[in-house]
Design a protein around this ligand. Structure first.
Ligand SMILES: [Zn+2]
Ligand SMILES: [Zn+2]
Length: 762
C-alpha cells in the first residue's frame, strides 16, 4: 500500500568525472535528495599514471554513499583500489560476483603491466609511478560487496537492482531508485546474445533517467554471423598461404567468445587441425577457471552444453586451443594463431608479437575490440609504414603485416541502442562512454527521432555533457509513503471484509440471476453495477514519518515499533459549565456531527466521543446549575484541534441559542429549521462531512450511488436499494449484507478524517 504526493521540484544532478565525451576512465556521480552514488571507477587505457584517472580532485569523494561498478573492464573498474584506499571515499562498493572474481586477477595483472609500462625498472611495488599497490588491491578487495542479478539492495534509502547487460561476463546494468526517482545506468551493454552471454535485459520498470553508453553512436554493426564468417575466412586464408595471425585481445570478455568460435571452426575444418591456436595471457588459466565457475549466469547455450548428456563437459575446456602464460614456451615455427593480451597493443605479449611479425606481409593482425584513441591499436588502423618498438623507442620497425578490423566489441549499435531506448522509454537521456563525434551524432539522431514530442509532456531530452560539466534536471518528486502497522492491518482487514462482502454479493447476484432466468429469460433489466470492483482512491490518515526520504504512514501508537521514534502526547483539556441539560447537549452535538458515540451514562458520569477524537465528560456529581463539562483531545494533528474548537463552540452556543430556549419548553420538530441555520460555520462543516462520506461511498460503489436532495442518497445493487440519510447516518436496506457494507463505509467516513487530503492511495 503506498501513498503519493507531488512535491515541489527537486533537482537531480549528474556530474561526470570521466568517460564523458570519451571512451575510457568511466566515472559518473549522480546526486538526488542528498544521496550520492558513483557509477564506475575506471582508467583511460591510452593515458598513463595519474592522468589516466577520472578527475577525482574535482569532487569531494567523502560525500559518496555508494559506488556501483558495472563490469570488470579497466575503463570501468581499474581505479577502484585507488578510490577505496587512497582518497577520502568511505562509501560502500558493489559489483556482481563474477565481476569481483575477475577483477581481482585483472588488477593484479594491471599493476604488474603498468609498473613495467611506466618505469624501466623491475619490481616497482611502492614506487611513485605506481597508481596503487598490490596491497591496495587486496585490502580493497575484501571490502567489495556483491550483488546478484535481479536482486535489489536497499541501503540508506537508495535501492538498486542489477540486470544482465550482455557485454562481458558479470556485466550489469543498475536500476537505481532514490526517493521515487528512477535511474537506469547501462554501463557497457549489448543487445545480442552470443555464444555464452545473455543479451541486455529491459528492466520491468521504466526509469525517469537513462544514462546510456554511446560507443558506436549512429554506427551500424554487421550481424554476428557475418562477422564470424569474415573472421574465420581471413584466418583460414592467412594460414593457408603460410602466414601467422595475431588477435590482440583483452584478457577477458570477447576473448572467451572468440575462443569458442575458433574451437568450433577448428573442429569443423580438418585441414586446420595441425595448426596451433594459442591463448597467451598471464591470466589465461585463472580466467578460464573463473569462466568455468560462472557458467550458471551465462545463457542457455552454454548452460546446456555445460551439463549436456550426462557427462559433465566444460564448454571452456577447448580441444584445439592451448593456453600459455607467456611467450617462453612458444615456438614460432610456422603458421599459427595467437590470441594475446592486451587488446590495445600498448605493451605485453600482443605488442611483442606485433613487433616480431610486423615486417612480414604474409602475416595478419585482426583487431576485434574497440580501439581507444591514442593506443597502438588505433594507430595501426591508420596503416602506418613503421611502428615504434615499445622497449626501444629509438627503433622503428617496418610495418607490412596485414591489418583487419572485425569488431566483436560487445556494444550496441544505433539500431539496437535506439530500440532499447524506445522500450525503456525514459524522458531524459544522458549519453556517456563515446567519443564526441559519434556521441553528438547519436544525440541528434535521438532528438530528431523524438522531435514530434517536443514541447509536450513526453518530450525527450538528451544530454551529452563533457567531463566535469554538471547536468541538472528538475523533477517533480513523487513522494511515496508506506502504510505500516495497525493502520495497514486495519486497511487489510477492511479489504478482506470487502472481498468477502463482494463474494457474498456475487453469490446473491447469481441466485438473483437464476431466479430471473426462471421467471423471465428475456428480462434484460439486470444491473451490471453489482459487479463492482474494489476501488482505490480512499483517504487514509495517520502520522507521516519521514526518514531519509522514505515516508511512512502509520498510526501514532505504532510509531515507536516501526521507527524507533518516541512519541509525546500533548493532551488538551478544557472545563466549562453550561446551563442546558444532557439531552439538549446531545441534540446540538448530533445536529453538528450526526452521530455521537456515547461511551458511558451512569449515576456519576456521562461520556461521549466525537469522531473518535474529542472526548466530552460530564461530571454528574458536581452540583450547581447546569452541567460541569470537560472536553479532552490529543493534539496530534490540526484536525483534532479544529474539531475540538468546534465542539467547544457548540457547547458554548447551546445556552445562547434561541433554539435551546424553545427546545427546553417546546417540541423538537418545531425548532429544527432555526437550529440548522443558526451557524453558517456549522452548516459548512456538515456539508463537508456529507461530501466526504459521499466521496467515500462513490469510491466504493461507483455509479450505484445516487445522491438525492435533502442530504439523502441511494445505492442500488442488483435488485436491492439501500437508502441513506446523511444527516442521521442511517441506512435502510432489505439486504443485510448490503446494509452492513454501506454502514461500515459510512462509519469509516466518520472516523477517517482528511488531514492529509493531498494524499491519495494508489
Ligand atoms: Zn566494457
Ligand atoms: Zn567501456
Amino acid at each position: 500500500m503506498t501513498v503519493e504526493e507531488f512535491s515541489n521540484e527537486e533537482s537531480f544532478k549528474f556530474f561526470g568525472l570521466g568517460g564523458c565525451n570519451e571512451v575510457g576512465r568511466s566515472c559518473h556521480i549522480i546526486e538526488y535528495k542528498n544521496k550520492v552514488i558513483m557509477l564506475d571507477a575506471g582508467i583511460h587505457p591510452a593515458l598513463t599514471g595519474h592522468s589516466s584517472f577520472p578527475f577525482y580532485d574535482e569532487y569531494d569523494l567523502s560525500k559518496v554513499d555508494i559506488l556501483l561498478i558495472s563490469h570488470f573492464h579497466l575503463d570501468h573498474a581499474a581505479s577502484l583500489p585507488y578510490v577505496m584506499q587512497q582518497t577520502t571515499f568511505k562509501g560502500r562498493v558493489f559489483m556482481t560476483q563474477a565481476t569481483k572474481a575477475i577483477y581481482r586477477w585483472l588488477l593484479q595483472d594491471f599493476v604488474r603491466v603498468t609498473s613495467i609500462g611506466t618505469t624501466k625498472m623491475e619490481g616497482g611495488e611502492g614506487q611513485s609511478s605506481n597508481l596503487y599497490t598490490a596491497d591496495d588491491i587486496m585490502k580493497s578487495f575484501d571490502r567489495i560487496e556483491t550483488i546478484d542479478y535481479h536482486s535489489t539492495m536497499e541501503i540508506e534509502g537508495i535501492k538498486f537492482t542489477a540486470y544482465h547487460a550482455g557485454h562481458v561476463l558479470g556485466a550489469c546494468m543498475y536500476f537505481i531508485e532514490i526517493g521515487g526517482l528512477k535511474v537506469l545506468f547501462t554501463g557497457d551493454y549489448s543487445r545480442e546474445e552470443n555464444r555464452h552471454l545473455h543479451a541486455a535485459e529491459i528492466p520491468p520498470v521504466k526509469p525517469d533517467i537513462l544514462i546510456s553508453e554511446s560507443t558506436f553512436g549512429t554506427g551500424t554493426l554487421e550481424s554476428k554471423a557475418d562477422l564470424e564468417k569474415k573472421l574465420t575466412n581471413h584466418i583460414h586464408a592467412t594460414l593457408t598461404k603460410g602466414g601467422r595471425v595475431l588477435l590482440p585481445v583483452f584478457a577477458l570478455g570477447n576473448t572467451q567468445e572468440l575462443l569458442l568460435i575458433l574451437d568450433e571452426y577448428w573442429n569443423n575444418n580438418e585441414d586446420l587441425q595441425n595448426i596451433n591456436v594459442y591463448y597467451a595471457s598471464s591470466l589465461a588459466k585463472k580466467c578460464m577457471a573463473v569462466y568455468e565457475t560462472y557458467t550458471s549466469i551465462m545463457n542457455d547455450k552454454i548452460r546446456l552444453s555445460a551439463s549436456s548428456s550426462g557427462h559433465k563437459s566444460n564448454p571452456f575446456d577447448f580441444k584445439y586451443i592451448k593456453s600459455i602464460r607467456d611467450l617462453g614456451k612458444f615456438q614460432d615455427m610456422g603458421p599459427s594463431v595467437v590470441i594475446a593480451a592486451p587488446g590495445m597493443l600498448q605493451a605485453g605479449i600482443s605488442r611483442q608479437l606485433l613487433e616480431k611479425w610486423a615486417p612480414d606481409p604474409k602475416n595478419l593482425v585482426i583487431l576485434t575490440g574497440y580501439s581507444v584513441e591514442g593506443t597502438m591499436a588505433k594507430e595501426l588502423l591508420k596503416e602506418p609504414h613503421t611502428i615504434q618498438s615499445v622497449n626501444n623507442p629509438e627503433m622503428t620497425i617496418p610495418r607490412r603485416i596485414g591489418i583487419e578490423e572485425i569488431s566483436f566489441a560487445a556494444h550496441v549499435d544505433f539500431q539496437q541502442n535506439s530500440e532499447f531506448i524506445e522500450k525503456v522509454s525514459p524522458s531524459k537521456i544522458i549519453l556517456v562512454h563515446g567519443d564526441s563525434v559519434p556521441m553528438g551524432r547519436l544525440k541528434s539522431a535521438l532528438l530528431s527521432k523524438y522531435s514530434s514530442r517536443k514541447g509536450t509532456e513526453q518530450e525527450v531530452k538528451v544530454f551529452n555533457p563533457k567531463n566535469c560539466e554538471e547536468v541538472k534536471i528538475g523533477f517533480k518528486g513523487l513522494k511515496v509513503a508506506k502504510v505500516l502497522g495497525s493502520l495497514a492491518e486495519e486497511q487489510l482487514s477492511m479489504l478482506k471484509k470487502e472481498i468477502e462482502t463482494k463474494i457474498e454479493t456475487e453469490n446473491e447476484k447469481i441466485v438473483e440471476i437464476k431466479e430471473e432466468m426462471e421467471v423471465d429469460a428475456n428480462d434484460g433489466d439486470k444491473n451490471e453495477a453489482g459487479v463492482d470492483t474494489l476501488h482505490t482512491g480512499q483517504f487514509l490518515s495517520g502520522v507521516l514519518v519521514s526518514k531519509d526520504f522514505d515516508l511512512n504512514l502509520l498510526q501514532l501508537q505504532d510509531l515507536h515499533e516501526f521507527t524507533q521514534l518516541s512519541t509525546s502526547f500533548v493532551k488538551s483539556k478544557m472545563n466549562l459549565r453550561i446551563h442546558a441539560d444532557i439531552s439538549l447537549m446531545i441534540y446540538h452535538l448530533e445536529q453538528m456531527f450526526g452521530y455521537i458515540n456515547i461511551l458511558n451514562d451512569d449515576e456519576e458520569e456521562w461520556e461521549c466521543v466525537i469522531m473518535d477524537v474529542v472526548d466530552i465528560f460530564v461530571d454528574k456529581t458536581k452540583t450547581g446549575p447546569g452541567l460541569q463539562i470537560s472536553v479532552e483531545w490529543i493534539n496530534d494533528n490540526l484536525m483534532a484541534d479544529s474539531l475540538a474548537d468546534s465542539v467547544i463552540a457548540i457547547l458554548y452556543s447551546i445556552d445562547s441559542s434561541p433554539a435551546s430556549v424553545k427546545l427546553s419548553s417546546t417540541t423538537h420538530t418545531h425548532v429544527k429549521q432555526e437550529t440548522e441555520s443558526k451557524s453558517a460555520h456549522a452548516k459548512s462543516e456538515i456539508a463537508d462531512r456529507i461530501k466526504r462520506i459521499s466521496t467515500l461511498l462513490r469510491a466504493q460503489f461507483g455509479d450505484c450511488l445516487q445522491d438525492l436532495d435533502n442530504d439523502k442518497a441511494t445505492i442500488t445493487i442488483g435488485k436491492h436499494v439501500a437508502k441513506i440519510d446523511y444527516l442521521n447516518l442511517t441506512v435502510e436496506c432489505p439486504s443485510k449484507v448490503i446494509k452492513d457494507r454501506v454502514e461500515s463505509v459510512i462509519r469509516r467516513g466518520c472516523t477517517l478524517t482528511a488531514p492529509l487530503s493531498q494524499f491519495q492511495k494508489v
